[in-house]
Write a protein that binds this ligand. Structure first.
Ligand code: HEC
Ligand code: HEC
Length: 432
């Protein structure tokens, strides 16, 4: 739990600093952020990173021209907000990937697309995300307001977030809804958490055993050592059109997924220790996955390709979640913890024992963002049931993978699991 609690600590310190500025009545919030939250690792001089950055902070007069860039265990630079964006005044001192999670959080909380707070031109040219529009300015003030609430009312704990009031709506309601009061709302399986008197049976052990039995014999599970899969992918990064996707995995825990988008290949790779995303639609074309939720997620996905080892893939297994349903089917929830301290909830179909969903969580300085992966269409591959349907849902979009072919135990070039090259963006007109 070290990693997540220390990042929470960093967040509340960050909030405290913002508050100081806010209560000083300064709307020029930039001053607050020159020396913000501690980077995940000791800072290294980030000169090359700064040079490589497409847009250096031009307006950040108030902030000293220093970069907080750190490096991951794999030696990759971690680009910070200041290295990449031009007009960020409150959400500073955080890695770019966490910043993009905060934007997803904003969208989820207010029910607005990216262009709800940004000019429409931003979708053609990302530089326009820096332009200020009235709603973006309000959103900035809201961040300060929320930090203020949490500091003064909740000891700096992230008790109130944008979601608390907005609940997915642009305009929070202030009059109680009689309809809401007198109807039973549909239950969101993701919001089910452990309750004090929650069910202790089936135990995590029982549910995981049932899953393993449903997948195939121990012998078949152990015999599976590599997988290559092909199929289609659709998501916001492919304009919701189907494009080819390939997945490569090697036991015990290496995995790479390549999506051939119209704008270039997007690759996510985990080599067993480190991970990277090289995506054509990202503000930085090669990003190392950060310790904590990002690496835990990639590691778990890689381990899950060889599910015989699922019990060792996570630790601190917990049950105690009230029974719930997904698509009218009863599911049992089991929670585990990744090596980096982040929690992952697993939803197993009560009847057939198979894994229906995983939900994992990434902390950010404004709140925690969820990511959900749904599995369907299990079919037999070399005596082991594997999901051919995978749907990934997060605050920034939804991606659907439909596999058409999974090949077991084929040789895979080790280079597949090495750090990918930065994504190469094809020009817009050349979409295949
Ligand atoms: C509720 C309003 C809101 C929504 C919705 C929103 N943003 Fe933002 N965005 C902001 C604010 C506010 C800032 C400036 C943050 C600051 O100053 O600390 C910002 C800044 C940015 C920046 C930095 C630009 C720069 O160079 O300074 C990028 C990139 C960005 N947003 C992308 C997105 C994307 C992509 C989405 C959709 C997933 C999105 N935003 C959705 C409010 C929003
Ligand atoms: C304590 C409740 C509360 C919280 C927490 C909160 N908001 Fe708001 N927000 C409001 C209310 C109320 C309004 C409408 C204000 C008005 O009527 O003028 C609003 C309005 C907005 C608007 C303007 C919407 C429009 O119609 O143009 C944006 C953007 C916004 N909030 C973003 C955020 C973001 C981002 C966060 C989290 C950092 C946040 N809010 C947190 C209560 C809240």
């Amino acid at each position: 739990m070290n990693r997540s609690s220390s990042s929470r600590l960093a967040s509340s310190r960050f909030a405290a600093r913002l508050l100081t500025t806010a209560s000083a009545g300064l709307l020029a919030i930039a001053v607050a952020t020159g020396q913000t939250a501690a980077p995940p690792k000791p800072a290294t001089p980030a000169t090359s990173q700064s040079k490589a950055a497409p847009a250096k902070a031009t307006q950040a007069k108030a902030a000293p021209a220093k970069s907080a860039a750190a490096t991951t265990a794999s030696g990759d630079k971690v680009p910070m907000v200041e290295d990449v964006f031009r007009n960020v005044k409150v959400l500073k001192g955080i890695p770019v990937s966490q910043f993009m999670d905060t934007m997803g959080f904003f969208s989820a909380a207010t029910g607005m697309n990216c262009t709800g707070c940004h000019t429409p031109e931003s979708l053609q040219d990302v530089a326009h995300f820096a332009d200020d529009v009235p709603r973006k300015v309000i959103a900035r003030q809201m961040v300060l307001m929320v930090n203020n609430f949490n500091k003064s009312g909740f000891g700096g704990r992230q008790a109130v977030t944008c979601w608390t009031c907005h609940h997915g709506s642009q305009a929070p309601e202030s009059i109680p809804s009689l309809m809401a009061q007198y109807t039973v709302p549909e239950e969101d399986a993701n919001s089910i958490e452990i309750v004090p008197d929650g069910p202790t049976e089936p135990t995590a052990e029982q549910t995981l055993n049932k899953y393993l039995q449903a997948l195939g014999s121990a012998q078949k599970l152990a015999a599976l050592t590599s997988i290559t899969a092909k199929g289609t992918y659709e998501g916001y990064d492919t304009y919701h059109m189907k494009v080819p996707v390939e997945i490569y995995a090697k036991a015990p825990g290496q995995r790479s997924i390549v999506v051939h988008t119209q704008n270039g290949d997007s690759t996510t790779t985990f080599d067993g220790k480190s991970g990277w995303v090289a995506a054509a639609d990202k503000p930085v074309r090669l990003l190392a996955l950060l310790p904590g939720a990002e690496l835990d997620g990639a590691r778990f996905d890689a381990n899950l390709a060889f599910p015989g080892g699922i019990k060792q893939a996570l630790t601190q297994w917990k049950v105690g979640f009230p029974v719930t349903t997904i698509n009218d089917r009863t599911v049992n929830i089991v929670q585990g913890t990744g090596a980096g301290g982040s929690r992952i909830k697993l939803y197993f179909d009560e009847e057939n024992g198979l894994l229906t969903r995983q939900v994992r969580y990434s902390p950010t300085i404004i709140g925690t963002v969820p990511l959900q992966i749904d599995y369907s269409d299990y079919r037999d591959v070399a005596g082991v049931k594997m999901p051919y349907g995978i749907v990934i849902t997060w605050t920034g979009g939804q991606s659907k993978i439909l596999l058409t072919d999974i090949q077991p135990n084929v040789a895979i070039d080790a280079a597949r699991f090495a750090k990918p090259a930065p994504a190469v963006v094809k020009s817009f007109g050349k979409a295949r």
